[in-house]
Design a protein around this ligand. Structure first.
Ligand code: UD1
Ligand code: CA
Length: 461
């Protein structure tokens, strides 16, 4: 799926390719192995951890997006019975890790698929999706000056991260997992972020020699550092901010990661020329595309697939999903735009109006308390308060067409399929079951009878 031009996601991933290209020499080949076989027990969820969404798409897709421009090949290690995950990462090939024997074991499973690969291989963790393309590019670049490189961070709370043990010269010696660490080692502030890179042949040789004699009884990927040092290779750590490198193991960490991604998306949206009056209250999706001079009032939610054109205003408490808003249009407050909706230039959609698969022509207005589903509304048409398209008869959905310049009286029920002609009028309170010709007035309601003297005074007598 290709995100629309000028999305926030692109903005915060844009810079590094140029940098990498500018660094001169012929770019080496790179392959990525992404580990995602764990169920993520600490999430207490029926779905695999990496399928949990951030900014409206599975976290693993954020990582794949950052990897895509840098790696010629990407391979994902999944657990058994994770068909949905395999479909999500397609067309990237997957390898199934049937037994969860550790990160080192999982990485080793990619060896047969990369047998003929002569470049550098990076191993990344699927539960580390905030890492940017820039940072991965820096790591790949650093590999030219070392036998093995890894990403490290100094988190405010180092918790149970693996600790990076360095010598006096700052050269990395090994990584010790928290469970295996001494008190002195646990006091080390430098933590392993979980991304390493080395030449393919070296990496798979080191992985082949791992042992599981440790606290967890697992094959630790992190033990390849000691293996590289044992062969006398230089190992270097590239440091990056915790905000990018923190892993997601719990729902609370998922929420922290969401906050980080939202902050980036909002920043990118504002750099792109949108005004967010109270940015911290606006929920964006990974692909939300806001054109310059769009104004977003507080407490607006953008689900995936929304495009807003120049000068449009999205007023407070509106919810938009898979829809487009034309230039200068005004949406809300309290409007709901559901999938398949396209609001035309300078059209108005007011409070408590719900649109589903609705196409509103330029300058059309639906300002109050209305449901428009499976409908085409012509340019300049006015939809009165309380108008309802009765698009569902209990079995199937039907379309309503409203011509340009039409005037739909308040509280009109349009029983689809039905067509109201251009410049036609429906009387307030009408139930429209038959097509209305162009420029006609349709009245479809009970006639009023005034019984004189039968008001309250008359009834009491
Ligand atoms: C790992 C690192 C730790 C580092 C931390 C950073 C190891 C041994 N430890 O710990 O040094 O500080 O990440 O976040 O690598 N996975 C598999 N198969 C397995 C085990 C894990 O595919 O058999 C996958 C998981 O799905 C996950 C990733 O590898 O996406 C990391 O595994 P996890 O158990 O979360 O490692 P941490 O304990 O966080
Ligand atoms: Ca983890």
């Amino acid at each position: 799926m290709k995100p629309p031009r000028n999305t926030a996601q692109q903005n915060f991933n844009a810079a590094p390719i140029a940098e990498a290209a500018a660094s001169g020499s012929v770019a080496p080949m790179h392959a990525a192995i992404i580990l995602a076989a764990g169920q993520g027990t600490r999430m207490k969820s029926a779905r695999p951890k990496v399928m949990h969404p951030l900014a409206g798409r599975p976290m693993i897709q954020h990582l794949l997006a950052s990897c895509a421009p840098l790696f010629q090949r990407v391979l994902v290690v999944v657990g058994p019975g994770m068909a949905e995950l395999e479909a999500t990462v397609a067309p990237h090939p997957t390898v199934v890790q049937h037994e969860r024997l550790g990160t080192g074991h999982a990485a080793r499973l990619a060896a047969p698929a990369l047998q003929d690969f002569a470049g550098d291989v990076a191993v990344l963790y699927g539960d580390n999706p905030l890492i940017t393309q820039q940072t991965i590019a820096l790591l790949l670049d650093a590999r030219r000056a070392a036998g093995l490189v890894l990403l490290a961070m100094r988190p405010a709370d180092p918790g149970r991260y693996g600790r990076v043990v360095t010598d006096d010269a700052g050269m990395v010696q090994r990584i010790v997992e928290w469970a295996d660490a001494t008190a002195a080692e646990r006091a080390i502030p430098l933590c392993n972020a979980g991304v390493i890179c080395a030449p393919a042949a070296d990496l798979f040789r080191w992985l082949g020699g791992l042992s599981n004699a440790n606290a967890a009884g697992e094959y630790y990927l992190t033990d390849v550092i000691a293996a590289a040092r044992a062969e006398g290779r230089a190992v270097r750590a590239v440091e990056a901010p915790e905000a990018e490198l923190r892993g997601i193991n719990t729902r609370a960490e998922l929420a922290t990661a969401e906050a980080e991604i939202q902050a980036r998306l909002r920043q990118a949206a504002m750099l792109g020329g949108a005004t967010l009056i109270r940015p911290e209250t606006v929920q964006l999706a990974w692909d939300t595309a806001l054109a310059p001079d769009v104004t977003v009032e507080p407490h607006v939610v953008f689900a995936p697939g929304v495009t807003v054109a120049e000068g449009a205003t999205i007023r407070a408490f509106s919810h938009l999903e898979a829809c487009s808003v034309g230039p200068g249009a005004v949406i809300g407050p309290y409007a709901r735009l559901r999938p398949g909706t396209a609001v035309g230039e300078a059209a108005h959609v007011g409070n408590f109006v719900e649109l589903k698969a609705a196409r509103l022509g330029a300058g059309a207005k639906a300002n109050h308390l209305t449901y428009l589903g499976d409908v085409t509304v012509g340019a300049g048409a006015n939809i009165g308060a309380g108008t309802i398209t009765c698009n569902y008869d209990g079995l199937a959905k039907h379309r309503t067409e409203i011509g340009e310049g039409a005037f739909i009286g308040s509280d009109t029920a349009l029983v689809a399929p039905v067509r109201v002609g251009a410049h036609a009028v429906t009387a307030a309170g009408s139930v429209i079951t038959e097509d209305v010709p162009d420029n006609a007035l349709a009245i479809a309601r009970g006639r009023q009878a005034n019984k004189l003297g039968r008001g309250m005074k008359g009834r009491r007598r």
